[in-house]
Ligand binder design. Sequence first.
Ligand code: NAP
Length: 341
Amino acid sequence: MTDQKRNRQLLLAQRPEGMPTEETFAYREVPVPEPGEGQVLVQTIYLSVDPYMRGRMSDQKSYVEPYQLNEVISGGIIGKVVESKSDRFHVGDKVVGMMGWQHYNAVDASEVRKVDDLIAPLSAYLSVLGMTGLTAYFGLLDIGQPKKGETVVVSGAAGAVGMVVGQIAKIQGARVVGIAGSDEKMDFLERELGFDRAINYKTADNLQKALEQACPDGVDVYFDNVGGPISDAVMNLLNDYARIPLCGAISSYNRTDGDLGPRVQTKLLKSRALIKAFIVGDYAHRFSEGIRDLAQWLSEGRLQYQETIVEGFENVPQAFFGLFKGENLGKQLVKISEPGE
Ligand SMILES: NC(=O)c1ccc[n+]([C@@H]2O[C@H](COP(=O)([O-])OP(=O)(O)OC[C@H]3O[C@@H](n4cnc5c(N)ncnc54)[C@H](OP(=O)(O)O)[C@@H]3O)[C@@H](O)[C@H]2O)c1
């Protein structure tokens, strides 16, 4: 059925210095792969672009292997099974997994998981019920451990991870302050998601003062998505025994100058704060617990989610660049084909 079709792929053409550009990527067309025994052929429906991918475009040692030059980039994908040589999947099943940025992937059945679009729309399995929702859930609840009445600050607050963090903190009874990069995002956080305060770090005359006003009782939990000067300012307001889940540092991902900032040791010592970096994969053995609670809160209307969906494979690079320019509200996804096509 697929032999007439070509498989379009997106490769890493160059390792970027600083901000990635169109030259970072290259397209290639190859024949659609034939699934082997025990494999399925998956047609891509949604593809996830994520800030961590910037790290994989460099060849520095990290918690995950770098992408290889002239090879297909990979990431989270939702697709449908169009051919199956596994008794675990039927044609038409919708699946999620780590797959290549291409229209068709032939993968072992064990590498994908079936998803049910009756429980939530397909795209949610790459957002609130996927990697970013789980990152928010485990980072906040396991490391941040917010208590009723405490102040939780989250940076990158209007992004995929950040907006789930703030809402879970509200569910735990905390007071929530979000930091984001536009007035529209501030409005969304305060009006739609019930954040107590939002700060626009791009327009605040004095971010430190704005934070002090927004956090009159100091900061008990700082969920750090961005690093850099925003985190420097929050670190000055830590209460005794504050907890800092260190999730990401997007402000430094494209920097080439080493990103030196104020030293944090004294601030941590004075407040006896805990700072702990984590990777969502550390919690893989508990994912079903996280998905259960997130799905429950969704069904009760206590948790909302937002996605920015760009259409078309040719727009994947732009969608990726947009993460570093703040173009997304909630999870950035790219729609590659219709679920029913
Ligand atoms: N530890 C883990 O396992 C894990 C898993 C997922 C994600 N992460 C990390 O969590 C963070 C958020 O990821 P996400 O997937 O939810 O992305 P996201 O927040 O949906 O998108 C990135 C957002 O970062 C903000 N941003 C970009 N450049 C910035 C800068 N220089 N300073 C401050 N903010 C900036 C932009 O929003 P504004 O308009 O507000 O600037 C942009 O919308 C990233 O650092 C990511 O690497 C970690």
